[in-house]
Design a protein around this ligand. Structure first.
Ligand code: SAM
Ligand code: ZN
Length: 289
C-alpha cells in the first residue's frame, strides 16, 4: 500500500494506531473501553487517557517520575523556563513535518508541555495534526491528559510501545529514555526523531553545589540502531528564574531534588536567579536498510 494511503487510513481510524499490550492486535479506540479482537479491554480514565502498561510489565509499583517532579516541571514550563528550547524544537518539527496530515508522537512526554507547544506550532501552519504521547508515569499522563485535551495519551513504556508500525511522522524524545528499535519501528519511512539531551554544561552551577566533583554531561551517542543522524546542534541560553517558586521548580524537577534537604532547597532557591541551559538537539531519520 502506498505510504500516503496507509497514513490516511491510520488517521481515519481504519488501521488501528494503538496496539493491545497483551497480544499485539490493533485496539479499537473509537469507544471506551478500548478493545482488541481477542477480548482484552482497557478502560479510559476520567481524564481520557488509557493505561496500556500491564502490571506484569511494570518494574515497580509506580514507575517513572513522581507527582512532585511532574508538578515541578509543570510549574517550571508555565513560567516559560525553557522557552528558547521549545521554540527551536517547534521550528525544527514544523520544517521537518510533511504538509497536510501529520502524526506527532511524544515518547516520554511527561506532563505534555512540549507536545502541546509543538502541536500548536504545527496547527498554525494549517496542517492537520494528530498528536499523541506516552509516558511510563501514570501521574505524568494524568497531568498531560488534563492539560492537553487536543492530544491522546497512554501510559506505556518507550521500550515497548503499544503503537502500530510506520505511524509517526515526527517523534519527540526529550530528556527521556527509549529503545531505538521501537522508535524506529513506529516511525514512518520518511519520518523524523527529534531528540533532546542535556549539553555538557547544563545546570552546571547547581551541579557545583550538589557534588564535590561535578562532572559534565556526556554527549549523546552519534550512532543509534536503525537511525541515521541528520543534524545536531547545541543550544545554550541563560535560564531566568523569575521567582523562588520557579527556582524551586527547577530543583524539584531534576535529580537534584534527591541531593538536598527541604531546608537546603529553600535556601538555594532564594539565591538562584539564573542557571545554565545547555542542550544538544539531534535530528534522526530511518537508516537505509
Ligand atoms: C526528564 S523527564 C522528561 C519529560 C518530558 N519529555 C519533558 O522534557 O518535559 C523523563 C520522563 O521519562 C519518563 N520515563 C522514564 N522511563 C520511561 C520509560 N521506560 N518509558 C517511558 N517513559 C519513561 C519519566 O516518567 C519522565 O516523565
Ligand atoms: Zn489483546
Amino acid at each position: 500500500m502506498p505510504g500516503y494511503l496507509l497514513h490516511f487510513r491510520i488517521l481515519t481510524g481504519e488501521i488501528k494506531m494503538w496496539l493491545c499490550p497483551l497480544c499485539g492486535e490493533g485496539l479499537n479506540s473509537n469507544s471506551a473501553p478500548w478493545r482488541c479482537s481477542n477480548g482484552h479491554s482497557f478502560d479510559m480514565s476520567r481524564r481520557g487517557y488509557v493505561n496500556l502498561l500491564p502490571v506484569h510489565k511494570k518494574a515497580s509499583k509506580a514507575p517513572g517520575d513522581n507527582k512532585s517532579m511532574i508538578s515541578a516541571r509543570r510549574c517550571f514550563h508555565a513560567n516559560c523556563g525553557f522557552a528558547p528550547l521549545m521554540d527551536r524544537i517547534a521550528q525544527l518539527a514544523v520544517s521537518l513535518a510533511p504538509e497536510g496530515d501529520v502524526m506527532l508522537y511524544d515518547a516520554g512526554c511527561g506532563e505534555g508541555a512540549y507536545l502541546a507547544f509543538v502541536r500548536e506550532a504545527m496547527v498554525s501552519t494549517r496542517r492537520s495534526v494528530k498528536a499523541a504521547g506516552s509516558d511510563i508515569s501514570k501521574v505524568a499522563i494524568d497531568f498531560a491528559a488534563k492539560q492537553v485535551t487536543a492530544a491522546q495519551f497512554v501510559v506505556a513504556s518507550s521500550f515497548d510501545l503499544p503503537v502500530a508500525s510506520d505511524t509517526a511522522d515526527i517523534i519527540l524524545q526529550i530528556f527521556a529514555p527509549g529503545d531505538d528499535t521501537e522508535l524506529c519501528r513506529i516511525l514512518r519511512n520518511d519520518g523524523t526523531v527529534i531528540h533532546v539531551a542535556p549539553g555538557e554544561n547544563h545546570l552546571l552551577s547547581l551541579k557545583q553545589v550538589a557534588y564535590d566533583i561535578p562532572r559534565p554531561h556526556a554527549l549523546p551517542p552519534d550512532r543509534r540502531n536503525g537511525l541515521k543522524l541528520l543534524s545536531r546542534e547545541r543550544l545554550q541560553f541563560t535560564l531566568e528564574l523569575v521567582s523562588v517558586e520557579h527556582a524551586m521548580a527547577l530543583i524539584n524537577m531534576t535529580p537534584f531534588t534527591w541531593r538536598f534537604s527541604e531546608a537546603q532547597k529553600q535556601s538555594l532557591a532564594q539565591e538562584l536567579n539564573e542557571a545554565e541551559g545547555d542542550f544538544v538537539i539531534s535530528v534522526w531519520k530511518k537508516a537505509d536498510k
